[in-house]
Design a protein around this ligand. Sequence first.
Ligand code: FE2
Ligand code: FE2
Length: 280
Amino acid sequence: MPANLRQTYRATSDIHTLPSHVPLGSLGLLPVNAFLISARQPVLVDTGLAIDRGNFEEALWSLVDPMDLRWVVITHDDRDHCGNLKEILMAAPNATVVTNGLAVSRLGEEWDVPQHRVRTVNPGRTVELGDRTVSFVRPPSYDSPSTLAMYDHVADALFAADSFGTVLPAMVDNAIDADRTEYLDGMATFTRANAPWTAMADQEKWDRMLGEFTALDPGSVLSSHAPTASARTGELVETVRAVPAMDPWLPDEDLEVEAVLDRYEAATANSTDTEPQGAK
Ligand SMILES: [Fe+2]
Ligand SMILES: [Fe+2]
């Protein structure tokens, strides 16, 4: 059994986290969370990793009856957010997907999400999911144009998609149990790795956008890639605020680029030397 999916835990009184992780090279471990809101009409936010499939479904259906699952919010079309979407839709006939139209198109490169089971929304939209009022917003950083963050007005929780994600040496359920420096430094690094375009962000516009999250000040920030962050939005915003001024981050390379170029130049020189006389 893949060991990555851990025991589910409560992020708030009625939001369950289904926590997994993947190794991210030299950076450490990247948490990968899906969430279940145990509302009158239960809402699943993202669908976990395909590698966790059997265990993910088992954990999910231990929290909610498949017949009762009503909504599946897909924050964006990346594999770590949609890994078990098809299986969940097959098991839960009353579930409707809520996502951005671009996510539907991009998912269509792999399989057609049945149109009658999808509702599309854009950032800025507030909707009722049963007794739950939720607002969709564009999160600060993201790696897909389809990305939606979702603010749950009842739980005062922001499902932040890839934003405010971090890399850690070991998994914890609540950020308070992580080393503070590792947690925040990991957040700055992951933000640059996940959204390299932040290096080109205009600091003034970046600050203004982040100000909206400071004003929202959710009680809980539930990133897809971090432990629960409770009552520390200001600290997270300050961490991300610093990102555009930082050096861009790139992963390690295995290919010895210089050696390959040297070999290419040597081969080119040899072929020139052996060209017949008079050849141009
Ligand atoms: Fe992503
Ligand atoms: Fe992600």
